[in-house]
Structure formats: C-alpha cells, structure tokens
Design a protein around this ligand. Structure first.
Ligand code: VGL
Ligand code: ZN
Length: 200
C-alpha cells in the first residue's frame, strides 16, 4: 500500500517574518526534509491567492485581520494579505527540499472562495483534483505535516478521512496559528474523525 507524504503550505508567509506568520513555523523544515528521504510519494501544497482575494481583510472596508465575515459558503476568517501569487511570501521556505516533490498542488486561486483543504475549497465541494491524483497513483495512506495545524492541515486531514484515506498527522512537524481556541477545536475534531495524531 503506497503512502504519500503531504506537506501543507510550508511557505515564507507562514514562517516567522511572513505576512501570516505561524509561531515557529520554520522549525519543522529539517524534520520534513528528513521524512521526504524515505517517502514513497511526496506532494506539496501551496497557498496561492490573487492579490484581491476575498479572504483578505483588505478587501472588506472597515474589517480588521482575524475578524470573521459571512461568505456565500459560510463563515470565513479574514486574513492579512498573504501568499499572493508570484510573491516571495508565496514561495516555499528556502530550505524545504522542493526538488523532491512529485507534485505541487496550488489552492485558493479563485478570488471568490478560500481553500484551506488540499482536497476541496471552503464550500467543501469544489475539488482541487488531489483526490483523483492520489487514487490514480494507487495511494490510500497519507502522512500529513505542515502549516497551520488548526487551518489548512486540519481541513486537509478531515477531508482525507471523509474520503476514506487512512490518515496520520505528525503533530511535531506541524505548527498552529491558534486563533480563539482553534487548535484545541481542531485536535478534538480530528480525534473524533479517528485521525491518528502522532509525534506528541
Ligand atoms: C492558511 C489561513 C489562510 C493555512 C492558509 O495554510 O493554514 N491559513 N490561508
Ligand atoms: Zn490563505
């Protein structure tokens, strides 16, 4: 049974000094590179927004970053501008072994909808194509690492479990934003979904 290592959003804007820095986000890079050496398949995800993306607080007059808004598909956190297509902030961390990747999947490229999960956009039904890629390669087991534990990693893990993949998450190779208890909520949800949380 083939297992894929899925590396979520290890990009400059999610590392210290970036526009939406995750505390100690850069600490996980060496450990992820080491896992890649023995992985059977390696997939990277890249948050990839147009500069006027609707998840940016800057697009909502009077709104502040980290507030909430209502989108047609449900509630949405408003973020600082981040991971703008082609920017240095959207680039992978310089030390990440990008050359080892079999595939890079970009998400969040439609202005009107955000995409935390590597499988579906935030309406939970528009597919990114990752499911088809994995299934046609015969991959049924996933090992998840990356940023941020409580947003993109969490949504990816829950969708993967819902789709029937066997999912393990290395918590020591993830870091969280932790907005208003979002980390505890994510961990509880993933446990309830029978996702294996290792590395603690
Ligand atoms: C992410 C917020 C906005 C993530 C991406 O990678 O967890 N979080 N865009
Ligand atoms: Zn984003």
């Amino acid at each position: 049974m083939t297992q894929a290592l899925i590396v979520i959003d290890v990009q400059n804007d999610f590392c210290p000094g970036g526009a939406l820095a995750v505390p100690a986000g850069d600490e996980i890079v060496p450990g992820i590179n080491a896992l890649m050496d023995s992985a059977q398949a390696v997939i990277l995800t890249q948050d990839w927004h147009p500069r006027d993306h609707s998840s940016f607080a800057s697009q909502h007059p009077g709104a502040a970053p980290f507030g909430m808004t209502q989108m047609p598909y449900g509630p949405q956190v408003l973020w600082p501008d981040h991971c703008v297509q082609g920017s240095q902030g959207a680039a992978f961390h310089a030390d990440l072994n990008v050359d080892r990747a079999d595939m890079i999947i970009r998400k969040g490229f439609r202005r009107e909808i955000d995409s935390y999960s590597a499988f579906f956009e935030n309406d939970r039904e528009t597919p990114t194509g990752l499911e088809g890629y994995l299934r046609t390669r015969g991959i049924s087991k996933l090992l998840l690492v990356g940023l941020a534990t409580d947003f993109c990693v969490n949504f990816t893990a829950l969708d993967a479990a819902r789709l029937g993949f066997s999912v393990e998450l290395r918590l020591d190779l993830c870091r969280a934003i932790d907005l208003d208890g979002s980390l505890d909520q994510a961990l509880a949800g993933m446990k309830a979904a029978k996702i294996r949380l290792s590395g603690v």
